[in-house]
Design a protein around this ligand. Sequence first.
Ligand SMILES: [Fe+2]
Length: 260
Amino acid sequence: MREFKEKFINYADSFLVGDDAEDQMIIVKRDHCLAVAELTLELVKSVSESAEDLRSAEIAGLLHDVGRFKQYRQYRTFSDAKSENHAALSVKITEELEFLAFLPEQERELILNAILWHNLPKLPEIQVLRQQVLAQAVRDADKIDIYSVVLDYYERPELHETVALDLPDKPEVSSDVVAALIARQGVSMTSLQTVNDFKLCQLAWVYDLNLPRSRQIFVERNYMERMFKLIPDFPEFSNICQQLNDHLTGENLNDSKRRK
Ligand SMILES: [Fe+2]
């Protein structure tokens, strides 16, 4: 894995241009990939002891966003809507650079699917358990690390724009977005009008966490309370917060009961 990680880091660093602001965008994504690799490994470890599963986990986590570097260089944005699907681009780069050449065919396929599906609004029905766990773990790990990145950036407003998809930082929240949260559903990226909508969309990710360990990590890192503090109050907000907390802690309670 050490050599594999070095190959990834060398590839990411080849996009550095020597300008601090520009390079920061590349470094944030590089470090995100490294963190997602660690987290995907931790999540898969919580349900599997197979050495092959753990190897696939770390590799899929590391490569899930490998297309981001080219996306930023080519389009100057991380918005897929304004450029192209970065998951498909990540699969393309993974194949072009033969990152997975040393792996058996079947494992390559598991990893490429997990990369391709990581940004879908919803995962397709997956029959193969190893594939399901890997795809779920990459999606959960991605959300867990993005939370720490965005919470950090929301506290440094000068870098908001890229993190928040170039949305205007107005006080409003959109009724579609609020309705989705009340219904405990994910928020479609196309309904986002403001940075606050984006924050609410990220709160709704809680409903799309797959693995019990992922929900535990959200609780351990106190992500909800930190995000709640960054959103101005509106009439339905306290209800939404309560539902989100109930979902996280309720699930955790059930999980610990199940273990007993
Ligand atoms: Fe991604």
